[in-house]
Design a protein around this ligand. Structure first.
Ligand code: NDP
Length: 240
């Protein structure tokens, strides 16, 4: 169902595929003005504006925001979705494996949110949504770098809520479990079977199921939710 406040300027990082693209499609169906970042050129559905950006590069993030602002006006809803994994056990994890995942997933989110907050403060409204992971709070072997980056997002959302909550800006974390995308396709078959056995819902989810929650979190109905962690994991992370 279309939200009453449609036509808003929305920017999703890493929105050319997977969960980010599903989020972009959900906002598009809602009647919003939707932009996504991509790194390499890609085909996007009609109606979605693509802007090139690498979240590890502050200047590139700044240029992407400027392009979106010129096309759609100040960004009112930002979804920090871009993310990578470099899974390996601690003893084999190089410092570069650790810092590169932190730089993309956590510092990348910081760069994006910092740039977005300027416009939101002027607008006196805004929605910040960080795409974390069940691994952030539950932990996962082989994901010390990734889990640390995703847990850090909770600190960002909660501190941001305390800094900007009085300006009609909310900041929330969505923590997906196992979602069918390129990221999970790459997992070894045994790992997929182990996760499947541990998920009370008994299945992986579609990216659209995460997208629907993100769209709802940015609706008027969710205006009093801030600093929250919303799991979309079929019960995998129960006990967070
Ligand atoms: P994909 O691997 O399918 O897509 C990742 C996206 O992030 C791509 O658009 C990619 O761009 C972009 N990206 C990666 N690095 C950068 C960068 N440095 N700058 C800009 N964009 C970048 O992942 P998913 O769709 O599965 O995941 C999306 C988010 O959801 C991630 O943050 C992930 O950690 C999280 N998540 C996913 C889960 C799952 O089960 N799939 C579970 C829990 C969380 P490009 O196409 O250029 O590589």
């Amino acid at each position: 169902m279309a939200d009453a406040a449609n036509g808003r300027s929305v920017l999703i990082t890493g929105g050319n595929r997977g969960i980010g693209l599903a989020i972009a499609e959900a906002f598009l169906a809602n009647g919003d003005q939707v932009a996504v970042t991509f790194r390499s050129q890609t085909e996007l559905p009609e109606g979605i504006l693509g802007v090139q950006a690498d979240v590890t590069d502050e200047a590139s993030v700044d240029a992407a925001f400027s392009a979106v602002e010129a096309a759609h006006g100040p960004v009112e809803i930002v979804v920090a979705n871009a993310g990578i994994t470099k899974d390996t056990l601690l003893l084999r994890m190089s410092e570069d494996d650790f810092t590169s995942v932190i730089d993309t997933n956590l510092t990348g989110a910081f760069r994006v949110i910092k740039r977005a907050s300027r416009g939101m403060i002027k607008l006196r409204k805004g929605r910040v949504i960080l795409i974390s992971s069940v691994s952030g709070l539950y932990g996962a072997p082989g994901q010390i770098n990734y889990s640390a980056s995703k847990a850090g997002m909770v600190g960002i959302a909660r501190s941001l809520t305390r800094e900007l909550g009085s300006r009609n800006i909310t900041a929330n974390v969505v923590a997906p479990g196992m979602i069918r995308t390129d990221m999970t396709d790459e997992l070894p078959e045994q790992t997929k079977r182990d996760y499947l056995a541990a998920i009370p819902a008994g299945r992986f989810a579609e990216a659209s199921e995460v997208a629907d929650v993100v769209r709802w979190l940015s609706s008027d109905e969710a205006g009093y939710i801030s600093g929250a962690v919303i799991p979309v994991d079929g019960g995998l992370g129960m006990g967070h």
